[in-house]
Design a protein around this ligand. Structure first.
Ligand SMILES: NC(=O)c1ccc[n+]([C@@H]2O[C@H](COP(=O)([O-])OP(=O)(O)OC[C@H]3O[C@@H](n4cnc5c(N)ncnc54)[C@H](O)[C@@H]3O)[C@@H](O)[C@H]2O)c1
Ligand SMILES: [Zn+2]
Length: 348
């Protein structure tokens, strides 16, 4: 069940009345713990907090172990529920610990970042990073409930808003229609809660529909990887050169480069690629990518989980509102797409 909650304390009281759990484990990080001051202290049911340090670097086995141990110390049982308050890092970690503690307890996700509201908190995927590989270990564990409260976005740093905005544009390209129009019409930071609510709802409806059709990512769900084959390679190449690019920014550039490559392979129509470039450029700087990064970039791309039998596979738009998975692009198309992207980048 995914729904908007205006008054979190009242919703907690309501949940308590239903007596679905015998205790609550409340997981947050150092930035999200203060977002709901006193909310849980009004509860009569047994509950305890676990607070972890913020950041992706803590989405690992040692934090998971800390959480499991704290759950045990606090007396969490098979009938406890876990409440994850935070962004995607938190819900991935919390979801993983909940899925494995006593072979699985129920969870409620309360997403507090844009990325988690439109993407990470929905769909049941969770996991931790291991040995330098993102999400190497994890499970599918659908949360019992997801509570949406757009007001959390007003304390979110602008860079984190941008991070989520890359996925909003991606969902707009996949869904077309109102979501595409809205993602072109507004630019974050958005001040109106109504606009946020509409955007979040449309994003979630899209993700829910795709996940329902393909819960285990064997077919249709792969279209959610739009922009991500290039993005993941960009993120690791930036990192290996001691530089940083946010995931949202990498996805934005990834969608541009993949659309140009799709156009070169006669899969993506020119007008569609153009519309994507224009929309991305409204919010994200199209920074040039150094030419001497090419070998590292291809190395990163071919070691990606999405490579099948050495072939580079992509989700590509064939129009706004229609993205198809499993499209093979040649190395030549990608190199040429990089050159065209860099030429465009120099102009903007
Ligand atoms: N499971 C999935 O389907 C899925 C999908 C996409 C991404 N992810 C994962 O999500 C993670 C990234 O998530 P994220 O971008 O939400 O980052 P995050 O959870 O690391 O949060 C980013 C930062 O914002 C802070 N923060 C969170 N909410 C805040 C608020 N309301 N006000 C002020 N600060 C706040 C956090 O403490 C953190 O410092 C990655 O690990 C990625 O792999 C998972
Ligand atoms: Zn992403």
């Amino acid at each position: 069940m995914i729904f908007f909650v205006q008054d979190i304390v009242a919703q907690l009281k309501e949940l308590e009345k239903q007596r679905a759990f015998d205790s609550l484990v409340i997981l947050s990080d150092q930035n999200t713990y203060p977002l709901l001051p006193g909310a849980f202290e009004t509860l009569e049911t047994k509950h305890f907090h676990i607070i972890i340090p913020a950041g992706e670097q803590h989405k690992n086995l040692s934090t998971a172990q800390f959480i499991w141990e704290e759950m045990k110390k606090g007396g969490a049982s098979r009938k406890s529920w876990m409440v994850n308050i935070g962004g995607g890092t938190l819900s991935d970690l919390g979801g993983f610990c909940a899925a494995t503690y006593m072979r699985g307890i129920s969870t409620i996700n309360i997403p507090t970042t844009l990325l988690s509201m439109v993407d990470a908190a929905v769909g049941g995927k969770n996991g931790i990073n291991l040995g330098g590989i993102k999400n190497l270990v994890g499970t599918f564990h659908e949360p019992e409930q997801v509570w949406l409260h757009p007001e959390f976005l007003y304390t979110l740093p602008e860079e984190e808003l941008q991070n989520g905005w890359g996925e909003v544009i991606k969902h707009g390209i996949i869904a077309g229609g109102e979501l595409w129009e809205l993602s072109r019409a507004v630019i974050p930071p958005i001040k109106e809660t109504q606009i946020w609510s509409r955007l979040i709802l449309l994003n979630i409806e899209l993700k829910k529909q795709i996940v329902q059709e393909d819960p285990r990512e064997s077919g249709k769900r792969k279209i959610l990887n739009l922009g991500h084959t290039v993005a993941h390679a960009l993120e690791s190449v930036f990192m290996s050169h001691g530089e940083y690019i946010s995931h949202g920014h990498a996805v934005a550039i990834g969608m541009v480069i993949e659309s140009i490559a799709g156009e070169l392979a006669s899969i993506t129509p020119t007008a569609t690629a153009q519309a994507i470039i224009e929309t991305v450029a409204k919010t994200f700087p199209l920074i040039p990518i150094a030419r001497n990064w090419e070998p590292a970039f291809f190395q990163a791309m071919t070691s990606d989980k999405k490579t099948v039998a050495g072939e580079l596979q992509f989700a590509l738009p064939i129009s706004i509102g229609q993205v198809i998975p499993d499209q093979v692009l040649s190395r030549e198309h990608i190199i040429r797409a990089f050159e065209i992207y860099n030429k465009n980048a120099a102009k903007i």
